[in-house]
Design a protein around this ligand. Structure first.
Ligand code: DGJ
Length: 733
């Protein structure tokens, strides 16, 4: 049993963690423990009750000056309770002031997992060891109920949390901040690990100590963003890949978000995260509900690798729904960096023909196939095939590609509209523009108002017509700007504070409808590369284009940062030409292949113009990826050497869950005259088993798992800049 309730003390156990909350004698819901698995002791004995001065006391405490919510650890702190720290809920109940107070009302538990209407959420499969706890808090004076939901994923050490607010007060209420969770830690001396970046340079790892006061990460961009990822880790100072305690929090949401940590006057740390509240003003009518997205809390007593494995497993088994989760993903060629907007059927068929000869599975036609779209200044919204440009119908093109033995995928950017488009000329009010003001453009385009029924219907009608017009097995769903100056002509001015979240709900609705109507369709997420790489999108799209930066060496950092929360099978990565289009760097073809095979593999270059040597290498790469795809897709992923810490090489490893085989890749990021010997130590093998070691396809020797994990492997000396190598080890017998 994961959830044990005794005298209003709720103890939640997962395999290696315990989480506890308690309703105290005043009806306040306290947070009493989160960490290493322990017993059901009532841990409120650890809370110090003292008069610390200048800390308010709620009415229920009478004149007890040692009882203050200003420093007691709480499960869902609100504005109005005398708690001056960052809170979870700001609610206006009709008096013009944000003031509320919550007390315990009831609770229930059941086996299985709650779901959230219109929002992505983890799910339980039949026979999974998953339970739900729901605690209902009631506002002190009004019939407003705050439901706190907990999903307990025992095996993966993941606890999900979500919140919904039910208004039965008989009047409209307003919320301007609804965080998905709070954890109050008994200590404040943690490191925060977070992943920041920019377009074409996403998810750089930064590790900083928490400090007194508030630290925040947020995206006000309407998407989770390139700049900050809605995933953070709190780690003990000594925590590394293999040892030490750490906690993760990943928001299952694709819009703007807000994460804050605060170390308070008693040196406790508080962590909160939820949807972006910078412009939130949501009116909840009497009888209505507002639901805040889910968060995945994770705990590892054994370092960062274990935390990542828990997230990867939870995403794989309980978040991704696509049938492609378990299927071998197509090795594809995408024509974007091969042709950009300058293509016709003949060029595409030449690429496809070469792709078929190399053993590829799919051709993806990127931007430029519709409307008037020969540059990024026009055409978005006109989702009608430009047959003049192609020189044939889409079906004719797809049939020819299918006849070559390749399947077909296509790019779309449904949330956008160009001012130079028939759609904009017909419906200027379908774009976000503040009345009587100039629009803010991004990549010369505007954002469609996805809160509107007519917009959602139009997009669905166009997408369905496209998918029904030819044998399309994949779409790449792109989104190439941040939201700004957001105003919906379809909503009254009193509802403008709802638009950003309603935009995300509109996006999710279309993705859900696609999932239902085309269950076999593989959808790849994308937002100018990795601008929307988050748990919310993975619910609909089992893979995401990780970055618009295809340089193998820069990808080492981007993919490294991404790997902390997201399984590598969700990381889409392609081999592109050199000099690289983003930074001009030249890297060996072999290294580009090894880096792209770290994720879901493909090519992004004009295959028909490759030299013979590259063609031969590409054939080998496709063969290698297909040979080991089970390891790459279903194995445990280990970060062996970090591109942020090791300037000489980056290394990673995949290990089969049963430890019988592993694949280790090494990319040399610097070369030296008179080089030093370099080694890697493998992880996750069976110590007393004997493994046969192959390097770059040649059998070298056999070693025990213990030798490979404790002493390691000696790396070859790099022969050129950015050289690379890969070892495959398999258990003998
Ligand atoms: C941004 C994507 O990340 C690229 O791969 C490409 O699809 C372009 N958009 C097309 O406009």
């Amino acid at each position: 049993m994961g959830i044990i309730i005794k005298d209003k003390v709720f103890t939640i156990h997962t395999k290696n963690s315990t989480y506890q909350l308690k309703v105290d004698d005043k009806g306040v819901l306290l947070h009493t423990y989160y960490g290493r698995r322990t017993d059901e002791t009532d841990y409120s004995y650890m809370i110090m009750a003292a008069d610390v001065g200048f800390s308010g006391n709620i009415a229920a405490a009478d004149n007890d000056r040692t009882y203050s919510l200003d420093y007691f650890p709480q499960e869902y702190p609100v504005l109005g309770s005398g708690d001056y720290r960052v809170n979870c809920l700001e609610m206006e109940l009709g008096q013009g002031v944000k003031d509320c107070m919550l007390f315990y009302d009831s609770h229930k538990t059941y086996s299985g997992k709650y779901s959230l209407p219109g929002l992505p959420a983890l799910f339980a499969r039949e026979n999974d060891n998953v339970e739900t706890l729901e605690i209902v808090m009631k506002e002190d004076r009004e019939n407003v109920y705050v439901h706190l939901l907990y999903g307990v994923f025992f095996e993966e050490d993941i606890i999900t949390r979500a919140v919904f607010i039910e208004n039965k007060s008989g009047k409209e209420i307003r919320v301007s901040r609804v965080m998905s969770f709070c954890v109050d830690f008994a200590r404040g001396d943690y490191d925060l690990i977070h992943f920041h970046g920019r377009h074409a340079n996403e998810r750089n790892l930064e590790r900083v100590p928490l400090f007194h006061g508030i630290f925040e990460l947020r995206s006000t961009r309407g998407t989770s963003s390139h700049q900050h990822n809605p995933f953070v880790i709190l780690a003990d100072k000594n925590t590394n890949e293999e040892m030490g305690e750490c906690y993760g929090a990943a928001l299952v949401y694709s819009g703007g978000f807000h994460m804050q940590t605060e170390v308070d006057q008693l040196e406790h740390a508080r962590l909160v995260m939820g949807i972006d509240d910078s412009e939130l003003d949501w009116r909840i009518a009497d009888g209505d509900i507002f639901t805040a997205p889910e968060v995945m809390l994770g705990y590892s007593p054994n370092g960062l690798s274990c935390l990542s494995h828990n997230y990867h497993d939870a995403v794989f088994h309980h978040l991704i729904r696509s049938v492609w989760k378990d299927r071998q993903r197509p090795v594809l060629v995408n024509n974007w960096e091969a042709t950009y907007f300058d293509f016709n059927a003949e060029k595409l068929l030449a690429i496809a023909k070469q792709g078929a000869e190399l053993g590829l599975d799919m051709l993806v036609l990127d931007d430029g196939w519709f409307g008037k779209r020969d540059s990024d200044y026009s055409g978005l919204g006109d989702w009608y095939v430009n047959e003049k440009k192609l020189g044939c119908t889409l079906k004719e093109l797809v049939d020819k590609i299918n006849n070559m033995g390749l399947s077909f995928g296509i790019w779309v950017e449904p949330e956008m509209i160009s001012e130079d488009s028939d759609l904009y000329r017909a419906h200027p009010d379908w774009a976000f523009v503040v009345p009587n003001r100039e629009p803010i453009r991004g990549r010369a385009q505007l954002v469609l108002d996805m809160t509107r029924e007519d917009v959602v219907s139009y997009i669905e009608e166009r997408l369905f017509a496209l998918l029904d017009s030819a044998n399309i097995q994949y779409i790449k769903w792109d989104m190439n700007r941040s939201l700004a100056a957001v105003y919906s002509a379809g909503l009254g001015k009193e509802h403008q504070g709802e638009v950003r979240h309603r935009f995300v709900l509109g996006l999710y609705r279309i993705l859900e409808d696609l999932h239902t109507k085309y269950p076999e369709l593989l959808i790849e997420g994308c937002s100018g590369g990795g601008g929307r790489f988050d748990m919310g999108m993975l619910y609909y799209t089992p893979q995401i284009w990780c970055s618009d930066n295809t340089d193998a060496i820069e990808r080492l950092r981007i993919q490294y940062g991404t790997s902390f929360a997201y399984p590598m099978s969700s990381v889409s990565a392609h081999v592109s030409v050199c000099p690289n289009h983003q930074n001009g760097r030249v890297t060996p073809f072999k290294t580009r292949g090894i880096c792209a095979m770290q994720g879901t593999f493909g090519y992004e270059l004009d295959l028909s113009r490759m030299c013979d040597e590259d063609k031969m290498l590409a054939k080998e790469q496709v063969k290698t990826f297909k040979q080991h795809y089970r390891l790459f897709q279903f194995g445990d992923y280990y970060r062996i050497a970090s591109p942020f810490e090791n300037s000489d090489f980056t290394a990673w490893e995949y290990v089969a869950k049963d430890g019988r085989e592993a694949y280790v890749a090494v990319v040399f990021t610097d070369v030296h005259g008179n080089p030093l010997p370099k080694t890697v130590r493998l992880k996750g093998l069976v110590a007393d088993a004997v493994y046969k070691i192959c390097r770059d396809g040649h059998v070298l020797e056999s070693r025990t798992g213990a030798a490979l994990m404790n002493a390691g492997l000696l790396l070859p000396i790099p022969e050129t800049s950015y050289d690379s190598t890969a070892f495959y080890v398999s258990m003998e017998g």
